[in-house]
Design a protein around this ligand. Sequence first.
Ligand code: SR1
Ligand code: MG
Length: 390
Amino acid sequence: MGYRILETDDIPGYLRERGHWDDVSDIRVREVSDGNMNRVFLASNSAGTRGLAVKQALPWVRVAGPSWPMSPERADAEARAYEQVARVAPDKIPAIHGYDGENYALVMEDMSDLEVLRTVLNEGAAYGPDTSRRIGEFVAQLSFATSDFGMPSADRKALIAACVSPELCKITEDVVLSEPYIEHEHNHWHPGLDGLAAEFRADARLRTEVADLRHVFMTSTQALLHGDLHTGSVMVGERGGAPVVRVFDPEFSFVGPIGFDLGLYWANVLVSQERARALGTLSDHGEQLRLSWEGFAAEFRRLWPTRVDTFFDDAYLDRFLDRVWAESLGFAGTEIVRRIIGFAHLTDLTTLPDPVPASRRALLLGRELIVRRTELPGPDDVRAVAAPLS
Ligand code: SR1
Ligand code: MG
């Protein structure tokens, strides 16, 4: 039949055809598309005892429409990433019930009992003790398993080839790792930031450091990444009285530098911290970078004795983690900057009564993380940088 774009009314028949739902006489469907790229539908029965989510990639960027074409094959990358994570961290992703490569559609667990982490934070809640540590563990589990430490060399080459994702990587190379530092039609910002945006475009040192990070992004093949690990890609909540954290939306997945995943999370954590500072609702925000790094490093070290290639010795592990740390800081800086003076801004800041002071602090912090990433050896050093900026 070929690729067809699904509408709300198509979902019951689609789920029946695909063998996910037999009796669709009692099915209700609503579209809950929220991200920049795709459509998502939730189907449930009237009693609310059964639910499924259907996510379909459109042949364009959803928020831009057909004027920004984009191959729906990104859904293949997402399905592949879920398969890899399911091997090593099945408790940290939604259950995947099926992938339909003809229609670029995933049928997965309905997570509507959980909430998007960004939403929870924007409403003033704290993270709680587990969220960031689990995110760090998620990055360690996926990255170790898909690195040359977790897979034989030949299998790794096959993985790298299978996971090449040129269109989605190009989005990141453009919107995160170059456009905010040049004149570009995608860029926009609050008029109160005109001066700082111009300073960033004129800052030669900053541009060279971003170029270095961009080249790392383009050439490093350390491990399979989520590729877009911001706080809108994380669901949190409780099930049976226990905290639940689920990472979703890995359509930007590719084999790249591990620090890109950690860095994106850190950037969003740090921006959320600036929101809370502005609103006087700071709670455990300042601890999250440290908790996620410790979760990552502890899990990576726990897995290290299982490495498939013992030529990589313990001293090399320390060096490797130091490199991941510094690159994570740099990528965090670039993500902060693009979310304020580039494309795809964050509601954390845009919904503040006056977004300018918090945005300004975040931009200055972002710049420091980019240019001083090798001079900040640990989480306390990042806190010290964040404190006096104004
Ligand atoms: C055109 S896509 C813009 C952004 O949305 C996605 O969530 C990624 O973060 C991407 O950079
Ligand atoms: Mg997304």
